[in-house]
Design a protein around this ligand. Sequence first.
Ligand SMILES: *Cc1c(COP(=O)(O)O)cnc(C)c1O
Length: 431
Amino acid sequence: MPRTDAVLADPRLGTAAGRLGRALVKAAVVRAQERARTGEIAPGEVADAAVAGLPEHATTLRPVVNATGVLLHTNLGRAPLSAAARDAVAAVSGCADVEYDLATGRRGARGRGALDALRESCPEAEAVAVVNNNAAALVLAATALAPGREIVLSRGEMVEIGDGFRIPELLAATGARLREVGTTNRTTVADYAEALGPETGFVLKVHPSNFRIEGFTAEADVAGLARLDAPLVVDIGSGLLAPEPLLPREPDAASVLAAGADLVTASADKLLGGPQAGLILGSAEIVGRLRRHPLYRALRVDKLTLAALEATLRGPEPPVVRALRADAADLMRRAARLAKELNAHGVAADAVAGEATVGGGGAPGVVLPSAAVALPGEFEPALRERCVVGRLEQGRLMLDLRSVPPSDDALVARAVLSAHSARPAAVGGEA
Ligand SMILES: *Cc1c(COP(=O)(O)O)cnc(C)c1O
């Protein structure tokens, strides 16, 4: 068995150590030695096996193709960044003038470019701020505007977002008290009005972004709540800055502010299609109070987020918006082309119509007509290992193309063909 030091002397591994760090390279060598010990490879093959087993990047996070048909998949990192945003992130990942004015040599306003872009994208906002995510925006609003006081909230909007994250619990954790009004299915402006008093910090309206109540329902509208004698904060959830015609029921910041809300909070990595961040838009007075609160410093975003956000706001349509607007007939043509290519290599693939969703806390109940490449279900683990995640439907693996950027079609085909050629007899089935 070649010694670890001797294997590490291989120049290919030396180069890799410079790129990935010695620990990751050493781990690859140890794995290769283990394979030699069990007789899987010859001792003379250890160096080659270690090189082949090197990770591509020095992170265990791996890029994934989201073929689930859920455009915003929280487990897969929500919104994919646009090419412009990725570029911007790479450009500033060294030192950057995030808080430095190159014209004067003095300290500069942190994140000015991103904040300007956000305000220009939503002129209805007098002022804006950006924090880590929408949950942080809510924590900041509750802490700065209702310390030890009441947040008036409808019982129909006591929402759990996912993985045990409940908005009422988050708000209560700040020390604010929740004043629940109305019922699960019906809450009127009068219900809120009756609850207001000297203890009121603000009225909060939360978009029920992942469920819908139907039937005998009533919901207080923003304009009605804005006329009450208390600040109105609206959590719109998905980060639309302006109305999206394809999602008429999804609230947007511009309309909500125009209807009189004092503050809007939203996620930047949902329908806006940007990096994870919490957007805060509203009156200069209230946004100013949030920005001056000591907690703001603990929730601020870094230069990578600021760069990605600015590039998302100023750059071309991000992938999520393209996916949302993609024409179903075009998706079917892509599916047919892929299926044909796979068939030519002996893979039992069909192009089928399907249904995609927005997901990630956006547009509940909205179905987007889509198209998928359907494969035998046995492909599922093999493709997952190759970082292509689809959805199983009645025993078949659907690779839904609405959530896959067209530029990734070739990647999907390569992954399927690689899984097909590596299959132990059963995988791939008979065409
Ligand atoms: C998604 C969502 C949140 C949480 O946003 P994060 O950016 O994930 O912290 C809060 N409120 C609503 C209505 C949401 O949809």
